[in-house]
Design a protein around this ligand. Structure first.
Ligand code: ZN
Length: 678
């Protein structure tokens, strides 16, 4: 299941540069942009309030951030079998290179290395396609030979030539291990996906293996397969479990080491207890313990510092079973959390009034806690590309019985906005000044609210009919789940209830989000797709599905209209209220599909509305976008935390520094946090 909302703002909507009173005028200007290459811009984010935290919380954040960074190699290996070896080889070339730095080969090589770092492997973090290197194989071969052998990832007895032989096709041959996650219909999704969650098994074998484990009538099922690799050896299928003493043990031992330190300075008894449970789970790999930990974690809402550290999201597995490793450490933004508190306190009202059939609604919404947080460190699958909202845990029965925690990462959103201000995007793509003004005036609040509603209420809403499993919608589960959460948010953004609750003042606020959403879903998100390709990523499919469906259903009333002016295509929303009604109608249907586990209807919905688009419009959008010179994807470097100690080794302070650049951070992480590839 997918509870992340990847930023739609990364698509670079020019935002109001208004600071919302958060910045101080006396501060030196903060440079948000760190690096730019390929289709990526790397930013830095601030951690406002960190310096003012009490020492205990600083120390806690420090230990948790070490526990986060030390898991890095796990994700690299999960993302592809050769990633760690390739990383080490490329870094060996980079740090030993003494040749001409102005050649096309060298420049292409550096770009490639930066892309690989950014994606934690050789596949684009969003499209899942393998990168095509812009340097020659000859250059690669020559440079690998120039690296001292002890700096290369040579297996026992392996020669440098054999290493080159092994890695070259993986890097250079576009047909070898071409895609990390394949979602294309009609083929074996496991065999055609290059992720490292499976070895030697077919999709059918995987499905049978896990179907057999399921206990009929089990109302509290564990997340089968979540923390393991499924491998066939000598004709038999085994689960290699991620745990101390199992797969990824060297990394997990270090995570445990830092978690134990964190436990010693935990903020509350509840936190101390759930960290203990998490450690137990890491030591045993027992998914029952993971569920127990998740329940303890979701019920602990008293601490200011909070974190996620584990195998959480399953975007990387076409079947949605295996979870990638990730970590985020954060602390509460008390001021901004008022907004989300009001929303979560009224969760039952929103559930009761949603345009969904009564039997699919939760009779009692349990413990939806929502807060605005300040991210302090990003790691694993949350780094460098970062979500702006998170809602966990993922297990539906835990959410139903114990609730969920929902967070909005406002310092990350803020950095996106600041970096995008004034980039000319809206001026190019918005229909008229009216829409530009709407977005300038209301989009910052509307976007944050959309995230709050999506995470806190959207993902938490609705219920499954008895006997329907979490994974009933298979490869379309992520897309439909994101659509459900987005529709919930879109529908309620326009509800007068938000004005009544004092969260929104202008009745036009929602229009800013509607316009951006439709413009993005039907046009501007296509900037992320290469010519000739389909839409594949779950969030992008979800947005296209919603907008394309609304466009077609509203055609008779001309609700959404394509307008051509001076040879350029624009979108116009002629009737915002009717559009809201359409969003409500679609929410009802998608909730039905989810609640009933109606795979056939879900599949038809996705294939019909989410995947295909007009190639002519695509070309036009790409051309217009190219002229703006904006990177379609963004991500972040982390600040650097340093523990200050006295003579006895006791931590007396933790300092924060924002000056590390992208390359230095990547190289430092590869040396300081190498666990699986030394
Ligand atoms: Zn989501």
């Amino acid at each position: 299941m997918n509870k992340f909302l990847i930023s739609t703002m990364a698509i670079a909507i020019a935002m109001s540069s208004c600071d919302g009173g958060k910045g101080q005028e006396t501060e030196a200007p903060f440079d948000y942009s760190v690096d730019k290459f390929a289709d990526i811009e790397v930013l830095r984010y601030r951690v406002p309030g960190f310096e003012e935290l009490p020492l205990q919380q600083k120390e806690l954040i420090y230990y948790l951030s070490e526990a986060a960074l030390v898991g890095r190699d796990i994700l690299w290996d999960q993302n592809g079998k050769y990633n760690l070896a390739i990383r080490k080889t490329l870094e060996g070339i980079y740090t030993n290179y003494s040749g001409d730095t102005t050649t096309a080969d060298y420049k292409g090589f550096v770009d490639y290395l930066k892309q690989v770092w950014f994606s934690n492997g050789i596949y684009h973090h969003y499209s899942m396609d393998k990168f095509s290197p812009k340097f020659s194989k000859e250059f690669f071969v020559e440079q690998v030979k120039a690296v001292p052998a002890e700096q290369l990832p040579l297996a026992a007895g392996q020669t440098v030539e054999a290493l080159i032989e092994e890695l070259s096709p993986v890097i250079f041959d576009p047909t070898v291990l071409a895609k990390r996650v394949n979602q294309a219909a009609g083929v074996d999704l496991i065999q055609t996906s290059a992720n490292n969650y499976y070895d030697g098994v077919t999709q059918k074998e995987v499905e049978q293996f896990y179907a057999k484990m399921k206990v009929p009538g089990d109302t509290t099922p564990i997340s089968y397969g979540l923390n393991s690799k499924l491998v066939k050896r000598n004709g038999k299928i085994y689960e290699d479990v991620y745990k101390v003493g199992g797969l990824y043990s060297p990394a997990i031992e270090k995570i445990v080491y830092w978690l134990e330190k964190a436990q010693s300075v935990a903020e509350t008894e509840g936190m101390k207890a759930y960290i203990g449970k998490l450690i137990e789970y890491y030591k045993t790999g027992d998914l029952k313990l993971f569920d127990e930990y998740s329940i303890m974690w979701v019920e602990e809402t008293g601490s200011s510092v909070d974190f996620v550290n584990g195998f959480i999201e399953s975007y990387g597995d076409p079947l949605g079973l295996k979870a990638s490793w990730e970590s985020i450490v954060n602390f509460r933004n008390a001021e901004a959390s008022h907004r989300t508190s009001v929303i979560s306190e009224n969760a039952q009202w929103f559930e009761d009034n949603s345009p969904v059939d009564a039997k699919y609604k939760k009779p009692e919404v349990k413990g939806v806690s929502a807060k605005v947080i300040t991210a302090a460190i990003l790691a694993g699958d949350c780094y460098p590309s970062t979500p702006i909202g998170i809602n966990l845990p993922n297990a539906n029965w835990i959410r139903a019985a114990h609730g969920s925690k929902s967070v909005t990462l406002e310092n990350i959103t803020d950095a996106y906005n600041k970096a995008a201000a004034g980039n000319g995007f809206n001026e190019e793509f918005a229909y008229s000044q009216e829409e530009i003004d709407l977005m300038n005036n209301y989009l910052e609040l509307a976007d944050n609210l959309h995230t709050d509603l999506h995470e806190c209420l959207g993902h938490a809403s609705g219920q499954l009919m008895p006997g329907v499993h979490d994974d009933a919608l298979k490869e379309h589960g992520s897309t439909l789940e994101e659509a459900r959460a987005d529709l919930f948010a879109l529908y309620y953004l326009a509800d007068p209830k938000l004005i009544e609750l004092g969260i929104v003042t202008s009745p036009d606020t929602y229009k800013a989000e509607y316009y951006k959403y439709v413009m993005n879903g039907l046009m501007t998100q296509l900037t992320r797709i290469e010519p000739g390709k389909d839409i594949e990523e779950a969030h992008m499919r979800n947005r296209h599905l919603i907008c394309q469906w609304a466009y077609e259903q509203g055609k008779a009333d001309n609700v959404i209209e394509y307008v051509t002016r001076d040879g350029k295509t624009y979108l116009r929303i002629n009737d915002y209220e009717k559009l809201r009604a359409l969003f409500g109608k679609l929410l009802g249907e998608i909730q039905r599909i989810k609640s009933e586990g109606d795979y056939a209807a879900g599949s038809e919905m996705v294939e019909k509305y989410a995947v295909k688009f007009d190639p002519k419009l695509h070309n036009e959008v790409l051309e217009r976008y190219a002229k703006l010179n904006i990177a379609p994807y963004k991500g972040f470097v982390n600040p650097v935390y340093t523990a200050v100690t006295d003579e006895s080794g006791k931590i007396t302070d933790v300092t924060i520094d924002y000056t590390e650049n992208y390359i230095d951070q990547m190289l430092r992480y590869s040396s300081e946090y190498a666990t699986l590839m030394k």
